[in-house]
Write a protein that binds this ligand. Structure first.
Ligand SMILES: Nc1nc2c(ncn2[C@@H]2O[C@H](COP(=O)(O)OP(=O)(O)OP(=O)(O)O)[C@@H](O)[C@H]2O)c(=O)[nH]1
Ligand SMILES: [Mg+2]
Ligand SMILES: [Zn+2]
Length: 307
């Protein structure tokens, strides 16, 4: 059951054009419009009043955080709010995909992790479709995931087809709002279906001819878990830009940098080949993974080049 913080009597489940699906305390979903000054999001607790057949949203509860994603023009668009956990879904590289022989999409994962840290939420790094991988690939992926485990993140290998890791995922979802994010086709909706089989969300069947997905998720929707907790399915991305992140803030998105922040010789150190940089010294001493340090450089450069 959803706990509604007083005096809020509704929870926004999803938005469609100018309407909001708002769940009330009885679990009834009502079609609401919103007062002009408000822009409710999936995950917002609201107050609403009956109006005609539906309702009108009159206030929204102060938010814990707001997750944004790029729209078609690359502009930041608010997606969901009050997020406790981001489940970063990657698909294991296809067998025989020579270009993907190194690892999964760690660049996208690291960007999501930065966003998660700056939101004050927890990331969960998930690698799906492990039924498609050879034992050798699985071993390589476990090594890639170990980098994240070593800095204290939870990682999971899953398969919705072979039902691997679904119970372990389920155990990570109680009593919080989790959002599934990641590239289109990685299996976000399939994972939610595996956890809640009665839902039957339509999933993205990629057409072999056009290469285009069908039933790809286009709206952000919140679902309730029977044991408490909420899951939000969201549309996949091709790229994940970071907005409103100052270069100086970026280092705070790398949790393993924390013990060294403030230890650099120069206060405005950018941790990029700087004299007396404590973070780079830690990386050189093997205390910070080379892959994550590379990620930091890459994201830093991307932030500066998009100005
Ligand atoms: N082999 C295999 N295929 C999977 C697995 N999970 C999902 N798929 C398939 O991958 C395709 C994409 O799955 P979706 O769940 O729609 O992916 P999505 O991340 O929700 O995609 P978007 O909604 O576009 O962001 C579908 O054809 C699924 O059947 C898995 O564990 N193994
Ligand atoms: Mg989907
Ligand atoms: Zn430094």
């Amino acid at each position: 059951m959803t706990t509604f913080p007083d005096p809020f009597n509704g929870l926004v489940i999803t938005r469609y054009s100018n309407f909001y699906a708002v769940e009330d305390k009885d679990g009834t979903i009502r079609q609401c419009v919103s007062r002009k000054k408000l822009s409710p999001l999936c995950g917002d607790f609201v107050t609403w009043e009956v109006s005609g057949d539906g309702g009108v949203i009159t206030a929204t509860m102060p938010r814990k955080n707001v997750l944004t994603r790029p729209d078609r023009r690359g502009q930041a668009k608010e997606t969901a709010t009050n997020i406790d956990q981001l489940i970063i879904v990657n698909a294991i590289p296809d067998v025989g995909d020579e270009q993907a022989h190194y690892a999964f999409n760690t660049a996208l994962t690291d960007r999501y992790i930065v966003a998660t840290e700056l939101l004050g939420a927890t990331p969960l790094i998930l690698l799906n479709k492990c039924d498609l991988a050879s034992q050798e690939t699985i071993k390589r992926m476990e090594l890639a995931l170990k980098i994240y485990q070593d800095i204290g993140y939870t990682t999971l290998l899953t398969s919705t087809k072979a039902e691997i890791g679904i119970e372990a995922l389920n155990n990570q979802l109680c009593d919080k709002i989790s959002i599934f994010v990641g590239e289109s086709g990685a299996g976000k909706s399939s994972l939610i279906n595996a956890i809640m089989p009665t839902l039957a969300i339509r999933t993205n069947v990629v057409s072999a001819h056009s290469g285009l997905g069908k039933h790809t998720t286009t709206t952000t929707v919140l679902y309730h878990l029977p044991q408490g907790g909420h899951l939000i399915d969201s549309p996949g991305v091709r790229e994940f830009g970071l907005w409103k992140v100052e270069a100086a803030q970026l280092a705070e998105g790398f949790r393993e940098f924390k013990p060294y922040l403030g230890e650099c010789r120069f206060r405005n150190c950018s941790h990029r080949h700087n004299a007396g940089c404590a973070i780079e010294a830690a990386a050189a001493a093997g205390k910070i993974s080379a892959a994550r340090m590379e990620s930091y450089y890459r994201i830093y450069n991307d932030l500066n080049s998009s100005d």
